[in-house]
Design a protein around this ligand. Structure first.
Ligand code: AMP
Ligand code: GLY
Length: 426
């Protein structure tokens, strides 16, 4: 008899986690709280929000859930793992203390300084006048970051003192991100290509997943405002074995060791957002959960059983898990977004053409709702069209063939996913 799993969240990442977990013999029923339109096809969606920790605990207890997986950062930062542990429920993810690596930029930067993990030089401020005073002496551009969680919008690149003053005023005085803006980090601007590296941890050891690259800007050629991510591909050809070794040695190992030294038993995924500079990798940020849309391209290449891997993490048994087994292919994901995203957009627009005939492709739903057998837009990022094949180009042509068939009014997507794959690092 397999076990029941509960996935918390409602995006494309959660759809991908469910899609992969359902391939495991260990899992025979999947619930999702709250899920989305597409997820209803693979899991039983239950109407409990990710902030209702007690409700989720009660549900997991009542339904004898064998494995709960947390998608987004907020419930981790709020201590959902600690609450599940109190009730002796198995849950994949770090506890509240570990989640501070994402929930507080000040904590993360000071952690990196303490454990010699390469990152941009920085200063921390809790007074707006001191922060402005400091900006009068810097070489622009610099990056101003609100300390706390700001739904991915808390980092702003500023090019001159006027922009710096305005940004500091918004974050620290007007408090556009609420109490996340009590403190700020101001750091040097780094040049290079961004890279996402995730690793599964069990408090003692870790297993790295394949590196991937997200496309943060809304428009082709990396133009326009930053978004949650407009597409991704995996693996990343400009990252060779030596570079991977450097990332492990200088980033992953000291991060895992640092967490142990802090007395944090970190279980779950650690995700380092890196800038690959001419001087080597630098950590831009940590996330304490799977990336979105990175998960949608990493998991399709993973041949190993995801439930086994997550249970090994939860049970502290990664050391004896062996190596991860990967498909020797490239996976891509093209995000289809609502017109206007990341700004204002309409919801409830009907979606057509969702039938996929390709067994090396899948459409992960993000912001969608379902009425009967009809699907509608229900968010900024609507769908993630994933395809994998022997080469990046073949995977891209499979994915874009499907993108061409999916129709909803105002659909917006980038046509250049993967185009920086062959470029130099910095
Ligand atoms: P963060 O929330 O810290 O990951 O920042 C969000 C995004 O801002 C990153 O993915 C980068 O695109 C950009 N960014 C953050 N820090 C820097 C930096 N020091 N230099 C250049 N770009 C940065
Ligand atoms: N793709 C960026 C993130 O998940 O934070």
């Amino acid at each position: 008899m397999g076990m029941k799993a509960l996935i918390i969240g409602s995006g494309g990442r959660e759809h991908a986690l469910i899609w992969k977990l359902k391939q495991s013999k260990k899992i025979d029923k999947v619930f999702c709280a709250p899920g989305n339109g597409g997820i209803t096809q693979g899991a039983k969606c239950i109407n409990i929000g990710p902030d209702n920790i007690k409700g989720l605990c009660d549900f997991a207890h009542r339904n004898k859930i064998g494995l709960t997986v947390v998608g987004p950062e907020d419930p981790l930062a709020a201590g959902i793992v600690d609450e599940f542990h109190k009730r002796k429920l198995r849950i994949f993810g770090p506890d509240k203390e570990g989640a501070r690596l994402e929930a507080s930029k000040v904590f993360a930067k000071e952690f990196m300084r303490k454990y010699h993990i390469p990152t941009a030089p920085f200063k921390v401020f809790d007074s707006v006048s001191d922060a402005i005073g400091f900006c009068k002496s810097v070489e622009f551009p610099v990056v101003i970051k609100a300390d706390g969680l700001a739904a991915g919008k808390g980092a702003v690149v500023v090019k001159n003192i006027d922009q710096a003053t305005q940004t500091l005023d918004e974050i620290m005085v007007k408090k556009v991100f609420g109490k996340a803006g009590k403190q700020v980090v101001i750091e040097s601007f780094l040049k290079g290509q961004e890279l996402s590296i995730m690793a599964i941890c069990d408090g003692k050891s870790y297993l790295p997943l394949l590196p991937s690259q997200d496309h943060k800007q809304a428009f082709d050629g990396d133009k326009g405002p930053n978004t949650g991510g407009m597409g991704a591909y995996c693996p990343v050809p400009f990252v060779d074995d030596d570079m991977l070794k450097e990332i492990e040695e200088h980033v992953l190992v000291p991060t895992i060791d640092g967490l142990k030294s802090e007395g944090i038993k970190y279980r779950g995924v650690i995700y380092a957002g890196l800038m690959m500079t001419a001087e080597g990798p630098r950590v831009l940020e940590y996330n304490v959960r799977f990336g979105d849309p990175e998960t949608q391209v990493v998991l399709p290449l993973l041949k190993s059983d995801l439930a086994d891997l997550m249970l090994a993490s939860v049970n502290g048994k990664l050391g004896s898990f062996g190596k991860l087994d990967w498909r020797e292919e490239t996976a891509v994901c093209v995000i289809m977004a609502s017109k206007g995203y990341p700004g204002k957009y309409k919801k409830g627009v009907p979606i057509n053409g969702l039938q996929v005939q390709d067994n090396r492709a899948f459409i992960f739903h993000a912001g969608t709702s379902r009425k009967g057998n009809r699907f509608f837009t229900n968010g900024g990022r609507v769908l993630g069209v994933m395809a994998h094949d022997k080469s990046l180009n073949k995977a891209l042509s499979r994915a874009y063939k499907i993108v061409d068939k999916v129709k909803f009014d105002g659909a917006h997507y980038r046509k250049d996913i993967g185009s920086r794959a062959e470029q130099q690092v910095a």
